[in-house]
Design a protein around this ligand. Structure first.
Ligand SMILES: [Zn+2]
Ligand SMILES: [Zn+2]
Length: 260
C-alpha cells in the first residue's frame, strides 16, 4: 500500500469533538489519511473522558474500528497517573498536553483562561512555560507533545520571535529529544517554522496532528505535512506508532517485525 500520512491527534464525541468515531474514520479515508482517535482523558477539560472506567469503554469502542488508539492527557491533571497497566498497553500512542502551566509562585495558569493575570510579563510567562515543559518531558511517559507552541491566551497575539527565543527553543527541543517525545506539527496551532527546523535538526521525531474537532478539521494534515517535507523530513520518518513503536505499546513493533 502507498504511504499515507497519519493524523495522530483528533477528537470525537467521546470528548469535545463533533463527530462520532465512524465519521472521523470515513473523513480520514476520503482525505487519504490514516486516522487516530485521541480524545481528552483528564478531569480538567469540560467535555472529556474523566474516569478509568470511561477509558476502558473508550478503548473497547475503538477496538471495533480500524483506527489508531490514542488519548490526549493533561500533564497537570492526575488521571494519567491512575490508568492501570493493562489499559495503558491498549493505546497505540499517548499524547501529553500542557493545558495549564505552573507559574513561578506555584499558581496553575490554564492556557484557555480569560481571567486577567496582572503583572505577568511575556518573558516571565515563557520562562515558566519552558520550565514546566522540561518537567513534563522528564516525567510523563507519552509519545507526542501536542501543540508545543500553544501559550496562554494573553500571549497568543505576542510576536512569536519574542516568545520563542533561541535559548527557549533550544531547551524545548533538548527536552523532547532527551525524552524521546515527538514534536507535533499542529494544524490548529501552527508552530513557527524556525522551531520545527530546530527540532528536525536535533533529531526529534515529528508528528502530524490535525487536532480536529469537526468535519472540516479532522484528518486535515496537509499543511503540517507540507512543512515537514519542506524541512526535509522523509515521509517514512513521520511518527507512526505502528512503524516506530510507542512507550505505551512497545510490543507492537516486535509483533510487526516477527510477522514480517
Ligand atoms: Zn490540546
Ligand atoms: Zn486536542
Amino acid at each position: 500500500m502507498n504511504w499515507q500520512p497519519v493524523d495522530c491527534h483528533a477528537h470525537s464525541t467521546f470528548s469535545d469533538g463533533a463527530l462520532a468515531i465512524p465519521e472521523v474514520v470515513e473523513r480520514a479515508a476520503a482525505l487519504g489519511v490514516r486516522p487516530s482517535m485521541s480524545d481528552h482523558i483528564s478531569r480538567d477539560v469540560s467535555r472529556t473522558i474523566d474516569s478509568v472506567d470511561g477509558v476502558r469503554q473508550y478503548l473497547d469502542t475503538l477496538d471495533r474500528y480500524d483506527v489508531l488508539r490514542g488519548g490526549e492527557f493533561c500533564y497537570h491533571d492526575s488521571l494519567w497517573r491512575e490508568i492501570p497497566d493493562d489499559l495503558v498497553a491498549r493505546f497505540t500512542h499517548r499524547i501529553g498536553s500542557l493545558h495549564a502551566i505552573r507559574l513561578d509562585g506555584g499558581t496553575l495558569l490554564h492556557v484557555f483562561s480569560r481571567r486577567p493575570i496582572g503583572g505577568l510579563t511575556a518573558d516571565a510567562y515563557m520562562d515558566a512555560h519552558v520550565a514546566w515543559l522540561e518537567q513534563f518531558a522528564r516525567e510523563m511517559p507519552v509519545d507526542i507533545l501536542a501543540h508545543p507552541t500553544l501559550v496562554a491566551i494573553p500571549f497568543r497575539q505576542t510576536d512569536a520571535a519574542l516568545l520563542w527565543t533561541d535559548a527557549r527553543e533550544d531547551r524545548v527541543v533538548g527536552a523532547l529529544f532527551a525524552a524521546g517525545i515527538a514534536f507535533e506539527i499542529s494544524n490548529r496551532y501552527p508552530p513557527p517554522e524556525r522551531l520545527v527546523k530546530r527540532a528536525v535538526d536535533r533529531g526529534v521525531r515529528i508528528s502530524l496532528g490535525s487536532d480536529g474537532h469537526t468535519l472540516e478539521q479532522v484528518a486535515d494534515v496537509a499543511r503540517p505535512l507540507a512543512l515537514a517535507r519542506k524541512l526535509g523530513v522523509p515521509d517514512s520518518a513521520l511518527y507512526d506508532p505502528l512503524a516506530h513503536g510507542s512507550k505505551t505499546h512497545a510490543e507492537l513493533l516486535d509483533h510487526k517485525v516477527r510477522r514480517a
